[in-house]
Ligand binder design. Structure first.
Ligand code: THU
Length: 131
């Protein structure tokens, strides 16, 4: 499907809904993420922080876990938002997670429009490097 035909508004609304479940008592920065899989499934996730700050989970971690839990496949479209429902960029670590599970052609709604994964994580290290 062409990027312009995709319902980014609905996916962003799913991310905003997910952000309302965030557990972020330390940063007070809620994040919600939403993606579609290649079979049309919608996956979501929220950040879950921890008193041991460094082991907190980004919203993308829950989303990727849900992808595998509910049948696997590949991510095709992705967006994440803050607690105000504003689009934010996935952190560097999560770009790596998204690359693994969506490949270089994954489309992301970003702060500067729709971009491919290989634009937000160029020359990525990935599964092919282990061949
Ligand atoms: N966070 C995410 O959940 N995903 C991102 O891509 C960016 C950062 C979370 C981690 C932490 O709980 C909070 O946002 C502040 O960094």
């Amino acid at each position: 499907m062409a990027a312009e035909d995709f319902d980014w508004e609905a996916l962003t609304a799913a991310a905003a809904e997910a952000s309302r479940h965030a557990y972020a008592p330390y940063s007070h920065f809620a994040v919600g993420a939403a993606a579609t899989a290649d079979d049309g499934r919608v996956l979501t996730g929220c950040n879950v922080e921890n008193a041991a700050y460094g082991v907190g989970l980004c919203a993308e971690c829950g989303l990727v876990s849900q992808l595998h839990l509910t049948g696997g496949g590949k991510l095709t479209h992705f967006v994440c938002v803050n607690g105000e429902g504003e689009v934010i960029m996935p952190c560097g670590r999560c770009r790596q997670l998204l690359h693994e599970n969506g490949g270089p052609g994954l489309l992301l709604l970003t702060v500067s429009g729709v971009k491919r994964m290989d634009e937000v994580l160029p020359d990525a290290f990935g599964p092919d490097d282990l061949d």
